[in-house]
Ligand binder design. Structure first.
Ligand code: ADP
Length: 274
């Protein structure tokens, strides 16, 4: 049997000692990383709680302002001059924007804290869409947009959805379609069944579109494309982030196709329940 030379044994011993040292170092680093991660998670939780509390606190005074302006606009404290009314309306609109922003921030903080209410029940998508269309009628008229609603002749199966969050999804997509389409444009909403167990909703518009190089960003929190900012449309960039999280919670899919100055189509796919 070949004998191992003493120098080789010594070499192996050294290597062994180095490996033992390296593995100790690795364990130490792993521990440090775990602790850093825990600290980051705690900080993130504190941040979410801060946003949640701040948003709650802001809601009360904003509602009070809304109430006061409303009283003035209704003429409860005497008739208003046209100029006074016009200025008050602007104040009212700004306040409403702030309320929308605060509400969106609250939803985001709930999503991130894993506390977003999700109580799915079986529902017909047609009913949700009908309801959303009713709600956006005022905005549609104001912008003079034609809305085309096509759905199958017969209702096909139900989907398992949380009614309130699914309402928000389509309200958001339709509001965006109207908001980012110039007056006189067309928005269409189509419900189809491409597969036995799949419901597909398409929300299309003939609006400003999303520039190609910005398309990858639009589901990111607070992201607004340059053309949207330029057009001075009001928005926070939170809507599509929220929409995407809600659809994910429903195990659905959302994607879009868009061409600048031509229009955008959002697709939402959900499972039909057996
Ligand atoms: P916002 O409050 O800005 O509308 P969203 O999260 O709903 O926020 O949308 C993010 C961005 O995606 C918008 O600011 C806009 O740039 C773009 N976008 C969304 N929907 C449309 C659409 N239908 N047409 C063109 N751009 C859109």
């Amino acid at each position: 049997m070949a004998s191992v030379s003493e120098s080789t044994v010594e070499e192996l011993r050294k290597l062994n000692a180095e490996m033992a040292e390296a593995s100790k170092l690795l364990i130490r680093k792993d521990l440090e990383l775990t602790r850093a991660n825990e600290r980051l998670q705690a900080l993130d939780k504190t941040k979410s709680e801060f946003i949640s509390v701040a948003s709650h606190q802001l809601r009360t005074p904003l509602s009070a302002i809304k109430w006061v302006i409303n009283m003035l606009l209704e003429g409860d404290l005497g008739a208003l001059q046209p100029e006074q009314e016009s200025i008050l309306r602007k104040g009212y609109e700004s306040n409403e924007r702030m309320i929308r922003l605060i509400n969106d921030m609250l939803v985001v903080s709930r999503i991130e804290a894993g506390k977003f209410a999700h109580e799915p029940i079986p529902l017909y998508l047609e009913d949700i869409l009908d309801n959303v269309l009713l709600g956006i009628e005022g905005l549609r008229r104001k912008k003079n947009i034609m809305v085309k609603w096509s759905m199958p002749k017969e209702k096909f199966g139900k989907v398992m959805v949380d009614p309130s969050s699914m309402h928000s999804v389509f309200e958001n997509l339709l509001t965006n379609a109207i908001k980012y389409t110039p007056s006189g444009g067309v928005v269409s909403i189509t419900l189809t069944r491409p597969k036995e167990r799949e419901a597909l909703v398409m929300v299309s518009d003939s609006g400003m579109g999303i520039p190609k190089d910005e398309q990858k960003n639009i589901f990111t929190r607070f992201y607004r494309s340059k053309n949207a900012i330029r057009s001075e449309t009001d928005g926070s960039g939170l809507g599509l982030y929220i929409v995407k999280q809600i659809i994910a919670k429903h195990y659905g899919k959302i994607w879009f196709e868009s061409a600048e100055d031509k229009g955008t189509t959002f697709f939402v796919s959900l499972d039909i329940i057996p």
